[in-house]
Structure formats: C-alpha cells, structure tokens
Design a protein around this ligand. Structure first.
Ligand code: CP
Length: 313
C-alpha cells in the first residue's frame, strides 16, 4: 500500500495490522521522551484546504514522534489565493522533495487526483463528504481497546449522515471488522441512495438506543447544508440527539463516541458528552498512535512489515 485514500482500500487484515502497530506506538507516547527515529530523514507536507483542529495537530504530533521533518502549508497565506491550481500547488510542493502528503480538501476525490500527480505517498485527511479514513481507524482502535472484538457488536451512527465523510468511512470500517452498522437519521439527512452500503437504516433512534454497543453521534454540518434540512436545531435534538434521557437508556458498557468538533446541545447533550462512557477525548488521544502507524506503514517499511519492533525501539 502506497497511499491511504479510503477505508474501502483496506481489508480486515490490513486494519488489524494497523491497529496492532498503533498499540506499539501508543506505548511510545507514554514514554518520558515520546519519540522514535522511525521516519528520520523523511519529509511530510500538510495540505489543509479545510479547517481542522484534531486531525492536523494529531498528524503533526505523530510525525514529530516519528522524527519526520514536516512542511507546513497554510491555504490562507499561500499562492492558492492568487489562483494557483491544486495540481500546480501539489507539483510545487513535491518539487521541494517530500515523501508524504497529508491532504484535506473540500472536493471529494481530490486526494485520489493528487496521488496521480506525485510520487509521494498520499494520506486522505478528509475529502468533502467522501472519506476520512484515519478518523475511522482511530475510532476502530478506540472501540476495540474498550470492547475487544467488534464481531457482532452493534453500532448506531446518528444524525447528519448525508454530509458526513466520517459516517461513510465508519460504515465500511466497522462492517469490515464484523460489526452491525445502523444509520439513524431523518430522511433529509440521509444520502439519496444507500444501495450497496453495509448498513441498516432507521429513522427512530429510540428503536435502537437500548441495544447498541456504540452510539456514534455526528456533527450537524451546517456549513455543508444549502437549505434547512431539519425544522429547528431544538427539534433535531429532541428527535435525534443523545439527550440525557436517551443516554440513561444506554447499556452500562455502551460507548458514546463523536469525531468532534461537537455541537453540545444539538447532536449530544452537554452533560452527556462528559459522562465516563463518553470516549471522545480518548478518541483524540488514540488518533496520534493510529496516525503514527499509518505514516510509518506508508513511509517506513510498508505493509509487508514482518517485525515492527525496530519502529518503536
Ligand atoms: N474529527 C475531525 O476531523 O476533526 P477536525 O476537523 O478538527 O480535524
């Protein structure tokens, strides 16, 4: 594997290998000096055409912990503002000598195009509504660490599914790991067609809330909506939000997950996001180890890696 563009490119063995390696890198993060020389001499460029807090900081931390050099690119202060195209920008950055590009772009498929224009390994850090594979991998890692095997586990992915690359990535990721995925949302927040998707669908959160192992809330993506898709945010919260009353109905060992950033009081009640079974900050912490594993496997020894001990030594 040279690029990480979509969860659809990974089979169960690939995911398990990544999660196992992430486990080794999580141990590195607990050391007094959380750094290994695994990617010394490698250079990674960040191309973030959309805002990010978690993904960008997490990738930057992961790269530093692997001793990689990084090249920061900020769209707001770059020649993109003078009209430079994506292709010219990528070729310019690549001409400076890079081994990897981590890209977030509003256009679905942009990372796939970039992979055609450069010899560097490309990691998709979110493309439009399409995919966010490292978010899915860190979610799988967090869920597996908490629950063990995901075979037969039930996950409800709730809310604004239509505009969510996280929902699309996690539907594939959790299904590949043997879980049963249910999308929960109003018709207006579901994609027009779910043919071929490994998911069930319901419009009634109360139908599934008592039985799920994971209740995964999605951010209401107001910036991607061209027209009102719910009557009011208060009504959406009552119908589809994880309210205090619904959270009380979850099984004791059920996890509450959210990719962030959260709209407290919309998809999740503020108080519920701080409960002990809400693992939202744990997802963020785990993201560093998972992204270390991704960068190492793409830029280090590759997926054929037999012995990962050298990476964490
Ligand atoms: N979950 C996620 O992608 O968050 P950011 O947009 O802050 O990177």
């Amino acid at each position: 594997m040279r690029h990480l563009l979509s969860m659809a490119d990974l089979d169960r063995d690939d995911i398990e290998r990544l999660l196992n390696l992430a486990d080794s890198f999580a141990e590195v993060g607990e050391r007094q000096i959380p750094k290994v020389p695994a990617l010394r001499g490698k250079t990674i460029a960040w191309l973030f055409y959309e805002d990010s807090t978690r993904t960008r900081l997490s990738f930057e931390t992961a790269a530093k912990r692997l001793s990689a050099d990084t090249m920061n690119f900020s769209v707001s202060s770059s020649s993109v503002n003078k009209g430079e195209s994506l292709r010219d920008t990528v070729e310019t950055v690549a001409a400076m000598g890079i081994d990897g590009i981590v890209v977030r772009h509003h256009g679905a498929g942009a990372p796939h195009r970039i992979a055609e224009w450069t010899d560097a390994s490309v990691v998709n850090a979110g493309d439009g509504w399409h995919q966010h594979p490292t978010q899915s991998l860190l979610d799988l890692y967090t869920a597996t660490r908490r629950l063990g095997s995901l075979d037969g586990r039930r996950i409800a992915i709730v809310g604004d599914i239509k505009h969510s690359r996280v929902a699309r990535s996690n539907a594939i990721g959790f299904a590949t790991m043997g879980a049963e995925v249910t999308f929960v949302g109003p018709q207006t927040l579901l994609p027009p067609s779910l043919e071929g998707w490994p998911v069930k669908v319901t419009h009634d959160l109360d139908e599934v809330i008592d039985e799920v192992d994971i209740c995964y809330l999605l951010r209401m993506q107001l910036e991607r909506q061209e027209q009102a898709v719910v009557p009011t945010l208060r009504e959406f919260h009552e119908e589809y939000g994880l309210t205090t009353a619904r959270a009380d109905r979850l099984r004791e060992d059920a996890l509450i997950m959210h990719p962030g950033p959260m709209n407290r009081g919309v998809e999740i009640a503020g108080e519920v996001a701080d409960r002990p079974n809400a693992v939202i900050t744990e997802q963020v912490t785990n993201g560093i180890a998972v992204r270390m594993a991704v960068l190492y496997l793409l830029l280090g020894s590759g997926l054929d890696l037999v012995d990962t001990r050298e990476a964490v030594a």
